[in-house]
Design a protein around this ligand. Structure first.
Ligand code: NDP
Length: 286
């Protein structure tokens, strides 16, 4: 391929909608700037054991940028030449930028979350109380973004205490004046704030039989509920939010905005977010 190549690596990767999203953006960018008609976004199925070799080969082949998805985001931190300061506290990278001698890792998930919340629910993390569900990779990125944007307080709820504890410890140096607390889902305190932004960063809801990550009826009325899961589009948590009359949205806007941010980093130009959003919805349509 003689043009400028980008790709997403993951396992499984067949159902990734990133190629559709990025190609739609590139098509629109090419209409204004002919350079982009030579850009292509590929997808490659890569097992974790093959990631180091895949990164070396794609660098040698001249790829300009890569996205990483499940299960590579944490592993790749050890394989890149350097990690952007912004991504270091997260300990995970989803965007790689080509440098002369390797890859520079960055993370656009938090940015995607913040912009998705604003786009779908009109909510800003700045100054808001946040109740974050989960303590895995996605929750870590979300928590760092909340603290960076100076949320008013951060309550993290997770099923497994050890994972929760590890996350709380790693956040302590970043917290500044923000109160950060952790709870088990069945041991919520009475003093949780009303008007919080509830963010689901657990994988509970991916399958129809999954339990709710938290019973929203136990909380003082939140300002809104954002579920990072976008497929299925209406998780049991979002259905409950609807029944309770709470503003709610799924994670598609986060996916779109993290992708748009990656493409902006690679291209150094503005990116048509609406085209990406439209393509993402079309790719997910049954
Ligand atoms: P991880 O495997 O790192 O973490 C999973 C988290 O989910 C853990 O906190 C785990 O809790 C919790 N969990 C899993 N099953 C249950 C359950 N049945 N009940 C309660 N909690 C449960 O996954 P990630 O952090 O990488 O991803 C989490 C979700 O975020 C996924 O659904 C993913 O699709 C989504 N995501 C969306 C993005 C977007 O752009 N919209 C971007 C990134 C992720 P425990 O510690 O107790 O096991």
């Amino acid at each position: 391929f003689a043009g400028v190549a980008l790709a997403v690596l993951g396992q499984p990767i067949k159902h990734s909608i990133s190629p559709a999203m990025h190609q739609a953006a590139l098509a629109e960018m090419a209409a204004h700037d002919a350079r982009f008609s030579h850009w292509r976004y590929f997808r490659f199925e890569v097992a974790p054991a093959d990631l180091a070799e895949a990164l070396a080969r794609l660098h040698a082949a001249g790829f300009l940028g890569l996205n990483l998805t499940v299960p590579h985001k944490v592993l790749a931190v050890e394989l890149v030449k350097d990690v952007a300061p912004h991504a270091q506290p997260i300990g995970a990278v989803n965007t790689l930028l080509r440098t002369n001698d390797g890859w520079r890792g960055d993370n656009t998930d938090g940015h995607g979350l913040a912009l998705g919340l604003r786009a779908d629910l009109g909510l800003d993390l700045e100054g808001a109380p946040v109740i974050l569900l989960g303590a895995g990779g996605a929750a870590r990125g979300a928590a760092v973004e909340c603290l960076r944007r100076r949320c008013a307080s951060l309550a993290i709820v997770n099923r497994t205490p050890a994972r929760l504890q590890a996350l709380l410890e790693s956040l302590a140096p970043l917290a500044g004046p923000t109160q950060v607390r952790g709870f088990a889902p069945d041991q919520l305190p009475r003093d949780l704030p009303a008007g919080a932004i509830v963010i689901n960063a657990t994988s509970a809801g991916l399958r129809a039989a999954d339990p709710l990550p938290l019973d929203l009826a136990l909380l003082p009325r939140p300002a809104g509920v954002y579920d990072m899961i976008y497929n299925p589009p209406r998780t049991p948590l979002l259905q409950l939010a609807a029944r309770l009359g709470l503003p709610h949205a799924n994670g598609l806007s986060m996916l779109v905005h993290q992708g748009a941010r990656s493409l902006a980093l690679w291209s150094g130009t503005e990116v048509p977010v609406t085209a990406m959003s439209r393509a993402a919805l079309a790719a997910l349509a049954p």
